[in-house]
Design a protein around this ligand. Structure first.
Ligand code: 1JT
Length: 256
């Protein structure tokens, strides 16, 4: 089913390396004929993301630290100059301090709590504001979340609280931007062995118990998360906004 995104321009935030969910999403968008713009977070990621951007045939690559308002504003201006507008925005960014994903949640520091929320939740609001200006004939904003937003999942801790804020932000943004024909949704992915997740305590064990319990008896493949992002970004998803779609091999329906 090629060309579902023909004639559309997509901004993908959060490509850090080949294992990033954002990379799988950018690949799928490109496969479907979208023009691509990517951002990288800092100088440390620049070279890696430059290579990936070239492989993907991205037409724009720029640095953007979402905690810096001037970076976000500059991103908006560069997109306007290069493409004149935007139809798709994929937000695949999160951060929490390592120690906040291993110690008891009650030990979360004020600064760790604020940092996780700023990077993982507020950033969606900041980029939605620039998208609103660029998406003149409507568009689709997609972000990534995780079950830890609504259930207590050992060690997910402050990220779960930040994802709860992100999911609520999806609903408020969907309400604000709906009249401009801009849809806002989240994909709740099952755990994926990305570079960020690899450093998480007992992550391998979590993946094993996940695949034992999930109805499909396997883990989540980044490509299937990406294909759901294509659906939401394409006209096939035109009636869907403010939703959290689970792409998790069915894991979240299970009780015991
Ligand atoms: C971050 C990290 C956000 C890992 C993430 C994340 N969203 C999902 N994961 C995977 C994950 C992590 C834990 C978990 C289950 C899944 C790493 C740091 C940056 C932000 O716990 C059961 C901890």
């Amino acid at each position: 089913m090629p060309n579902l995104l023909e004639g559309k321009t997509a901004l993908v935030l959060g490509v850090a390396n080949r294992w990033s969910l954002a990379y799988a999403i950018a690949q799928a968008f490109r496969r479907e004929g979208a023009r691509l713009a990517l951002t990288y977070q800092g100088d440390r990621q620049k070279t890696t993301v430059e290579e990936l951007a070239a492989e993907l045939g991205a037409e724009m690559l720029t640095g953007c630290d979402v905690t810096q308002e001037q970076d976000v504003d500059r991103l908006g201006r560069e997109l306007a100059e290069r493409f004149g507008g935007l139809e798709i925005l994929a937000h695949s960014i999160a951060f929490a301090n390592r120690e906040d994903l291993s110690r008891p949640f009650v030990e979360t520091s004020r600064s760790g709590y604020l940092l996780a929320h700023e990077v993982s939740a507020y950033s969606l609001v900041a980029v939605a504001r620039i998208a609103q200006k660029l998406m003149k004939t409507g568009g689709s904003i997609v972000t990534l979340t995780y079950l830890g937003a609504t259930r207590v999942i050992q060690n997910y801790n402050v990220m779960g609280v930040a994802k709860a804020a992100l999911e609520a932000s999806v609903r408020y943004l969907a309400s604000d931007l709906g009249p401009s024909n801009i849809r806002v949704n989240a994909i709740s992915a099952g755990p994926v062995k990305t570079v960020s997740a690899r450093g998480v305590k007992d992550f391998g064990r979590l993946l094993d118990s996940f695949s034992e319990k999930a109805p499909l008896r396997r883990n989540t493949d980044p490509a299937e998360v990406a294909d759901t992002a294509v659906f939401l970004a394409s006209d096939l998803g035109r009636g869907v906004t403010g939703n959290i779609i689970f792409v998790d091999a069915g894991f979240q329906i299970m009780g015991l």
